[in-house]
Every structure is written in structure tokens, then in C-alpha cells.
Design a protein around this ligand. Sequence first.
Ligand SMILES: C[S@@+](CC[C@H](N)C(=O)[O-])C[C@H]1O[C@@H](n2cnc3c(N)ncnc32)[C@H](O)[C@@H]1O
Length: 288
Amino acid sequence: MTWEETIQYIRTQPQYAELVEKAYFNADLPLNVERFRQSEEFVETLNLLKHYQPNAKTILDIGSGNGISAVALALQGYKVTTVEPDASETIGAGAIRKLKVHYQLENLEIFEAFAEEIKFPACHFDIVYARQCMHHAYDLEKFIAEGSRVLKPKGLFITIRDHVIFNQQDKDWFLESHPLQKYYGGENAFTAQEYKNAMQKAGLAIKKELKFYDSVINYFPKERENVENKIDKETTIRLTSLKNKIGFFATIPFLQTIYFEYLDKKYGKIIDEKGVAGRMYSYICLKK
Ligand SMILES: C[S@@+](CC[C@H](N)C(=O)[O-])C[C@H]1O[C@@H](n2cnc3c(N)ncnc32)[C@H](O)[C@@H]1O
């Protein structure tokens, strides 16, 4: 099946209803946009855009799929350009065109292209944004090099929610676990080092590597509150157990660190991204 056929198929299957909703694959395109705009992920992304590029006006959204982010960013007032290689009205450039008409967006331009082959002039955009797309690159170095080329000096290159694997075995596990891989076979992932090497080679300074549990951007739709509550609860249990063992000395941060490292080794970390197949990372880079 193609990616479009896969999405059309899962929309008809009740067992995929939750996935369709959480991945914004609904046939009602504006509904996906509205749900995405309200997500903790998008709110946090906007905070990052404002923090790292407060005066930005132009954004290139690479691999925009059905347009949730491109439209959400345009509705925030940015002048948005999208490049999406899939032409379909279900999950590609055709869907974004429908949304452009629906929201009457004059500040949204749509192109059909792979990131590796974009034709924009150099030093053109304030921000290059790619959500869940970079891991699909057919040539990772070229994908990132082109993104960097079209970015203005000191511009922001931000990649959101890309699958990261530790080794081939981990990749096999990710591909086996992916719910849609058996239908369309188009999933992929790279190691964090592969992403970072390509970014450095493209003249990008990596400001932040947000690992899976570092940001709600990655672990959404798990809610930040749930993850933070879990950490708080487990931390309290660990501190109480340390206090029972060494009394007053349990307040000394250095001893807490040693004890926590010991427990991490013995029982595993409180929250451990190793248990999440193809866990997603996000990167914040500035062009040098
Ligand atoms: C998982 S979807 C993400 C879509 C959208 N960014 C979102 O977050 O909903 C990946 C998208 O990347 C596009 N894509 C795949 N390879 C690409 C490439 N080399 N350059 C640009 N986009 C690509 C696909 O067509 C697809 O729309």
C-alpha cells in the first residue's frame, strides 16, 4: 500500500481509531489542525520558536504531510512555505491546498518537492522546521545541508520528533513495533550521532538535543503532568528509602546522586527511553 492508501485504510478500521486521532490523520482536515494547535507539543514548539528566533517572519516547513503544522504556523502569523513530496489530498500537498482555501491563508505557499531537492535561493528563511520528517530523508546529509543552505545566517533549524535508534537490533525492534510499517514499509530511523554529524557538517551549531523524556514535544500525547508526576512520585519513594538508611545524611545532594545512580543501574531509570521503540528526539540548531 502507498502511504495515502494506508491512511485511508486505517480510517475505516476501529482498532486504529485512537492512532488516527492522536496522529492527526482524520478525514476532517481542519479538525486535525485545531487539535494540533491546542496540543502541548505545539504550544511548547511556539515557545522555542519565540525564544530562539523572536523576530522571525518566514518559515520553511519541510515534509508537512496533511499540513497541520504549516497551517498552524501560518495562523500564528508567520509567512509559511511548505515542501511536501506527496501530492495526495489525503495526506500530502493536496490536503494542504484544501486547508489553505478553508482558512483563506495568503501567507502559505505550497510546493511539491523532496527536501534534498528544494530550489529556493540560499539564505532565504528565518526558520526551517521539520516535524517527523527528517528520519524519512533518502539522503540525510543532503536533507540537512539543503535546509541549512536556504536558512539565513543565525537562522533557526528545528527538527521535531525524529525516530532515534541505538543500533541495528534496536532499529529492527522499532520497525517491527511500528503499527503501520506492515502496510506501507516506509518507516526509517537514524542514530542520534548520524543526525548530529550531518547537522555539524551542514554548518549548524546544535544548541539543544531534546531526548525523548526531555520535552513534551517528543513524548506527547503522553501528558507532561503524567510524566512529571511519575518522576516526582518515584523520586520521593527513593528519597524516603535513602532517609531510612542514612537518616539526616540523605539531604546531601551528592549522596542522593550516588544512591540514584546505584538504583538506576540495579533497577533501571525511573523513566527510560530505552523502553520506547524508536523513541523520538528533537533538535534545535542555529546556522553559523
Ligand atoms: C510522518 S509524515 C509527517 C508529516 C507532517 N510533518 C506531520 O508532522 O504531520 C512524514 C512526511 O515527510 C514526507 N517526506 C518523506 N520523505 C521526505 C523527504 N525526503 N523530503 C521531504 N519530505 C519527505 C512524507 O511525504 C510525509 O508527508
